[in-house]
Each structure stands twice: as C-alpha cells, then as structure tokens.
Design a protein around this ligand. Structure first.
Ligand code: TXA
Ligand code: MG
Length: 343
C-alpha cells in the first residue's frame, strides 16, 4: 500500500516516517521545486534498483543524487573545483544538477556504471526536511512511468504509482514545473538538459557555456548521447502532439490550416495557446498554458496540461516559443513530447 501524507499532515510526521522508509530500503515520492522525485537511499544499490523497476526505466539511464547540504554534495564527487563551488554558492538550493567525477561511495546502480554523478540540492522545504530525516543522499529520477510526462502534483504521482511505492509526500504543485538544468563540469561546462537555471544565468557566473546538440535536436542513428537520458522517448502523453513553429501569428495560421487536413478532420483536437494568442482560434478548443512574455508560466503548466489530455484528445497542437532563457527548457520538453513532429 502507498502511504499518502497530505501537505498538512506531513510536517513533522510525514517526512520523519518517509526518512525511516528510505533507511529500510523503500521508495518515497517527494515534491521538489522542479517536479516530483521518486527517491531511494542513494548509497544502497539494492534500494536504487527498485526505482528502475517501479518506473520501467532503462538500466543505462543514471539518476540524480539529492542532498540537503552543500557539504554533503562534496562527499559524492571526487573533488569540487572552484567553478563547481561557485555554481553551488550561487544556484543552490535550486534547479541545477551538477555532473562531475564520482567518489567511490556512489554505487554503480545510481550512475548506471558511469564514472560521473549528477548532484543537486532542491529548493523545497519538504524535500529538504525529508532528505535530512533520511540522513543519506536520495537518488531520484522524476516520479513518472518511464517515457511519460513528469509528475508535478502528488495526484500525478498517485496516478502512476499508487500501490507500487511506499510513500507519497504531497507538497502541492511544483513551482518550476520542468526538471532541473543538468550541467556537466567535466572539461568545458556543457548544458546537457536546460531547466530553471538558464544558460544565460550560468554564463553570468562561468563565462561561455556550451549547449549539447541533443538539447533541441534529435540524435541521429549511431550518435552517442552525453546524457544517456536524451536518447529515450520522453514526456509523451497518450496522444499525438504537434508543435507549430515560428512566431505567434505564423503558428496560429499553421494550426488553423492543419484543422482542414483530411487526416485531422473529425479528430478531437486541443490547442495549447497563450494569453496573447487565445483570440486567434475562434470556435476551437484551447487550453491557455500561460503568458508568452512570462515563460515561467508556460513551464509551470506544460506537464500537467500534457497529462490532462493524455488518452482524451487525439491531437494536441502547441505553439513554439523563442528558445531563449526559460523558453529553451520549454521547447526542449515540448519537442520531445511531440517526438519532434512540427508544422
Ligand atoms: O529536477 C530534476 O532533476 C528531477 C527532480 C526529481 O530532482 N529529477 C530528474 O531526474 O529529472 P531524471 O532521472 O528524470 O533525469 C535525470 C537526467 C537524465 O536525462 C539522465 O540521463 C541525466 O540526468 N544524468 C544523470 N546522471 C548523469 C550523468 N552522470 N551523466 C550524464 N547525464 C546524467
Ligand atoms: Mg525523467
């Protein structure tokens, strides 16, 4: 059975109970500022294996370690160089996972056999209290069945895992709504996955930061991913998703034209529009995802909107946004949800 602790009931008891479950090798879903995580004792390889089983996650996709103190992160890497220290000082707690060479205490099950490990300190009170109560680093991927949109509410987590994990801690809806930025600090700093800490923010601290080509593109056959997670299908709802490229007017024209295509006519369609563009789609079903001039609103709503129409709509049309600052993270997730289908 899955124990569910509501935001009110969990304060002391929930996080303490969850910490005990972790030390006994169990699985706990917990809120973070990005998405919900599905956690296990990060120092216990057997416990970590249960995460992969519960999610149906490919074995070669490594997990992120979550800590409640910066000094605990240092124990998980071989060393902390000055640039890594700067990143922790400026962005932690916050949505930034830092990859460097792992220390010997990190089990192979966490890193999928890689010589590196990703670590982050989440900016969420419940998460930090839970990690402190556990007294060990928490290995956690996003709390969703592998390939599906990440969970951003405790309800999403229950939809995917009720009866299959030990505890869910409810902390309300996640503030950022998309997973953390992943930066590799081996060699030249490189963003492997964009998120709430933007490339622009990272460059203001580190100087030039590379962007892995897999961030907006599709890997070609035979290409290896710097981040194993990038080669898998991701964030897919149970329906077709089509991204309309270009500025708002162009995207709106493309979507309206698509409604006239034989293949689309008669299907149940919904348009992910914005405050600015809702007036473009007379008589069509729209869901206002957010405000184009405040991309954080789009990010916060994307996964729950994808889940809302999964298995209910036939086609989701979604407008592209500019790939700068948080727009880069939004487009990274949206294009993957669409399997890179664009008009
Ligand atoms: O915001 C987040 O990061 C959430 C919350 C729960 O903290 N977690 C999360 O985990 O999104 P997950 O497992 O869904 O995504 C982790 C990504 C994957 O793409 C994985 O391949 C990559 O990080 N990753 C983890 N460790 C890595 C490593 N050592 N080298 C390269 N990529 C790594
Ligand atoms: Mg994930």
């Amino acid at each position: 059975m899955t124990e569910f602790f509501s935001a009110v009931s969990q304060k002391e008891n929930g996080t303490k109970y969850a910490g005990d479950v972790i030390r006994r090798g169990g699985l706990v879903a917990f809120p973070t500022e990005t998405v919900y995580g599905l956690g296990a004792n990060g120092l216990d390889g057997e416990a970590v294996k249960r995460i992969f089983e519960a999610k149906g996650r490919p074995q070669d996709n490594p997990l992120i370690m979550h800590v409640a103190r910066k000094s605990d992160a240092a124990k998980l890497w071989r060393k902390v160089n000055p640039q890594m220290q700067q990143l922790m000082d400026v962005f932690w707690p916050g949505p930034l996972s830092i990859i460097s060479t792992r220390s010997p205490i990190v089990p192979d099950e966490v890193t999928a056999g890689l010589d590196t490990v990703a670590v982050r300190m989440p900016d969420n009170k419940t998460a930090l209290a839970f990690i402190r109560a556990a007294g060990v680093p928490i290995a956690a991927p996003s709390a969703n069945i592998s390939g599906r949109p990440s969970g951003t509410t405790a309800r999403h987590v229950m939809d995917d895992f009720d009866g299959r994990i030990d505890v869910v801690l409810d902390g309300g809806a996640c503030r950022v709504g998309l997973e953390s930025t992943v930066i590799s600090m081996l060699g030249r700093p490189t963003v492997l996955r964009p998120g709430g800490v933007t490339r622009e923010m990272l460059e203001s601290v580190l100087g030039p930061v590379e962007l892995s080509p897999a961030v907006l593109g599709q890997l070609k056959a035979g290409e290896t991913a710097m981040s194993p997670g990038m080669k898998y299908t991701h964030y897919k709802p149970d329906c077709r998703v089509i991204v309309a490229l270009g500025g708002p007017e162009r995207a709106a024209r493309a979507i309206s034209a698509a409604y006239e295509i034989e293949e689309i006519k008669g299907s149940k369609c919904v348009i992910f529009s914005s405050k600015q563009t809702k007036g473009f789609y007379h008589g069509k079903t729209c869901d206002i995802i957010g405000d184009r001039s405040e991309p954080e609103t789009l990010c916060a709503n994307l996964f729950s909107a994808l889940r809302r129409y999964s298995g209910k709509a036939d086609v989701i049309f979604a407008e592209a946004v500019s790939e700068t600052s948080l727009g880069l993270a939004y487009m990274n997730r949206l294009l993957r949800a669409a399997g890179f289908e664009t008009i």
